[in-house]
Design a binder for this molecule. Structure first.
Ligand code: HSE
Length: 423
């Protein structure tokens, strides 16, 4: 696991900053427009590389070129900004740029979640800088907050709504009774959703964001597959009405939590959110994150989590950080990482049209049980490890799982933890 010992940057920053922009989709256009409106910022988009020459774009054709590698070969570009869709190609470009010791900004959360250890190591080895505020929660400065402000403070938890598209769909279904498919089509039209909206609705996208947060909040480098992620593809008005009857809204909440024994867990799941939670009023494409710190107490950040201008604003903030010669400190990555666990119990609401998934979930302490036109439903306890193992089966069965309570150390896990502490 790489443990950076220093961050080094080239001595001078050219003014105005000469930018090489890779990608001109929602985020690229948002940033371009922001920089046009802020000539005093001191940055010039000198070259723009895109993939498809046939696509109609809002700028004259002469502004575009079609080989991103040509930007890598241009030593006059002070900053390379990667905002393309393809995670594998994004990694190739960012890696090549860091191997040259360049300053790079990316918004590609899937790429970061998969390759963060190597990207940190490349910065260490070649002296370049990678910033990626736009990758998590759009306009909310959560990464800089965790990295710089809370870099030295232990955190009890970091939790929140990290995906604007699924929150938009849930808001429209809850407030207006909009049909799931129609609400998703709106989110796509408004530019919030990924090109493949399954990434949003099946919670792959917030899982990537949780992995990135884990590195900055706890110094924990996770592989995405270690983190349970449950989505809302199977949600119906019946589920929303059930939650409302209990005084809750259903929101897709990512939770990173440090347990009293020091271990850390992470998951993303539809969750019952009560009216006294700050997340209750986070609607549409907005995101919200609570940070529960050892000494500061709890803080809550709320803002637009998707869309061209909000996400472009986070890239602008990274550009400003590069002008000031700033890089992530990765303080917690330099310390011994805490252990990660999924061996924890959680109360869930389960509704499944197919009962074949029930046996594997081994629900205990079942408090509600029944069946209706949309299948069997129950409220009971299972473990995060079981849900992770059964995730694909649950999805194929068309089941919805909603977390209804806090995470608990299971008896077996408790005994293991106690005997480890006693040694
Ligand atoms: N599709 C993402 C979302 C975009 O809906 O949150 C911002 O990361």
């Amino acid at each position: 696991m790489p443990r950076p010992s220093h961050t080094s940057l080239p001595d001078t920053v050219h003014s105005p900053l000469r930018i090489g922009l890779m990608g001109f989709g929602c985020v690229g256009q948002g940033l371009y427009d922001i920089l046009q409106q802020l000539p005093e910022f001191g940055a010039e988009v000198r070259r723009i590389a895109v993939k498809n020459p046939a696509k109609t774009r809002p700028l004259p054709a002469h502004r575009f070129e079609y080989h991103a590698d040509a930007l890598l070969d241009d030593p006059e570009l002070d900053v390379l900004i990667e905002v393309i869709d393809d995670a594998a190609e994004a990694f190739r470009l960012v890696k090549a740029a860091l191997q040259q010791g360049r300053r790079v900004i990316t918004a590609n959360k899937a790429m970061l979640a998969r390759h963060l250890p190597e990207l940190v190591q490349l910065q260490e080895q070649f002296g370049g800088t990678l910033l990626y505020e736009a990758s998590v929660c759009g306009s909310i400065p959560i990464l800089r907050t965790l990295d710089a402000h809370f870099g030295s403070e232990p955190l009890r938890s970091v939790s929140g709504i990290l995906n604007g598209s699924s929150n938009y769909v849930l808001t429209r279904m809850t407030q207006e009774g909009t049909d799931y498919a129609a609400a998703l089509a709106e989110a796509q039209l408004l530019g919030f959703a990924e090109t493949d909206p399954t990434l949003d609705m099946a919670a792959f996208d917030p899982r990537s964001k949780a992995v990135i947060l884990a590195a900055h909040a706890y110094g924990l480098l996770l592989q995405p597959e270690q983190v349970l992620h449950l989505g809302i593809e199977a949600i119906t008005p019946t589920d929303i009405a059930y939650a409302q009857a209990q005084g809750h809204k259903i929101k897709v909440v990512a939770t990173l939590e440090q347990l009293p024994d020091g271990r850390v867990t992470a998951l993303v799941a539809p969750t019952f959110v009560a009216a006294d939670s700050p997340l209750y009023t986070v609607e549409h494409e907005f995101n919200g994150v609570s940070v529960e710190a050892a000494f500061a107490g709890t803080q809550f950040l709320r803002g637009r989590g998707a869309g061209g201008h909000p996400t472009g604003s986070a890239v602008l903030s990274d550009l400003a950080a590069l002008q000031r010669q700033q890089a992530y400190g990765y303080t917690k990555l330099r310390q011994t990482a805490p252990a990660f666990t999924n061996n924890l119990a959680v109360e869930i609401y389960l509704r499944t049209p197919k009962e074949n998934v029930l046996e594997a979930l081994t629900l205990t302490d079942v408090s509600v049980e029944g069946s209706g036109p949309e299948g069997y439903f129950a409220v009971g306890y299972t473990t995060l490890a079981t849900l992770l193992e059964q995730r694909e089966n649950l999805r194929q069965a068309g089941a919805l799982v909603v977390r209804t309570g806090p995470i608990r150390i299971t008896e077996v896990a408790q005994q293991v933890a106690e005997s480890a502490l006693a040694q």
